[in-house]
Design a protein around this ligand. Structure first.
Ligand SMILES: [Zn+2]
Length: 283
């Protein structure tokens, strides 16, 4: 039935009654199985679908709550903001886009970094948030991560970075965005020379310049189940090489099988698994 038929008949019957029963936001459609899920139940399971086990998006703030001991997170370099040196504009001026994203997400930029405790072990901790311009790495994300890594080196802290970046490098900052890949990677090289332990956790999605730099450089690379992880998107690759891509290409499971990641860790186990790994590595 066309929806206009419904509207017309409703109008004929007089004033439209407000829908009863279900308050806004009580239910959510799961992107994995398309079922309607009781939001509270999914939240109790840290944002994991009770029907199909799909790991939903969680914000940087929520991730900090899930992984770090309560009240232990101290943010570093929170005041860094992009200067928009290219005066870039696409559909919108980049400067305005940044302000709009900041208002919408409550974040300054796509990465949050600092220190905190994981089951009473002090760590340097960073997380990217795909809600902020797709979690892309511009100069602020690159600089925050670099300073995080440098402090982790100086203070001899285990380093944990959880990536949720579908955007890769942030094209609004052009070459300045691309050079962050080299900068962050060089800092990780020095961290490694100093004997540091870096656990990189890949979540849905981790793509482009983020996947091509720090996210892939962990001493151990963990991934959440069924996450999309890769460099270019599957359609771009298919159009380039003119071959059918294998089933499950660019998922955590496929990449585990092919040796790109070390372990798939469910969200509910992530905190314990990181703590155990830190102990195992004697850090
Ligand atoms: Zn589901």
């Amino acid at each position: 039935m066309a929806s206009s038929d419904v509207d017309a008949s409703t109008q004929r019957q007089g004033p439209v009654r407000p829908k009863r029963g279900v308050p806004e936001g009580l239910w959510r459609r799961c992107p994995g199985c398309q079922q309607t899920i009781f939001r509270k139940e999914a939240e109790r399971r840290l944002g994991v679908c009770p029907e199909c086990d799909f790991h939903w998006y969680v914000s940087a703030e929520e991730r900090i709550r899930q992984v770090l001991d309560e009240g232990t997170f101290e943010e570093w370099d929170a005041d860094l903001e992009s200067a928009d040196p290219l005066n870039f504009s696409d559909k919108k001026r980049y400067r305005e886009r940044l302000v709009a994203e900041q208002k919408r997400t409550g974040l300054r930029d796509a990465a949050v970094t600092g220190s905190g405790m994981i089951r009473a072990r002090r760590v340097a901790f960073g997380v990217t948030d795909s809600a902020f311009i797709m979690g892309s790495m511009g100069s602020v994300v690159g600089e925050r991560l670099t300073r995080l890594i440098e402090r982790a080196t100086a203070q001899r802290l285990p380093l944990i970075i959880i990536s949720a970046s579908g955007g890769g490098a942030r094209m609004h900052e052009g070459i300045l965005s691309l050079m962050q890949m080299a900068k962050v990677s060089a800092a990780l090289g020095r961290f490694d020379n100093a004997g540091g332990l870096f656990i990189s956790v890949l979540t849905n999605p981790t793509m482009g310049g983020v996947a091509a730099s720090f996210a892939s450089l962990g001493d151990l690379v963990f991934a959440e189940p069924k996450a999309l992880i890769g460099f270019a998107g599957p359609r771009t690759i298919q159009a380039t090489i003119h071959l059918q891509l294998p089933k499950g290409f660019q998922t955590s499971e496929f990449l585990l099988e092919h040796g790109y990641i070390d372990r798939i860790v469910r969200r509910s186990d992530l905190k314990s698994e990181i703590a155990r790994t830190i102990d195992f590595c004697g850090k």
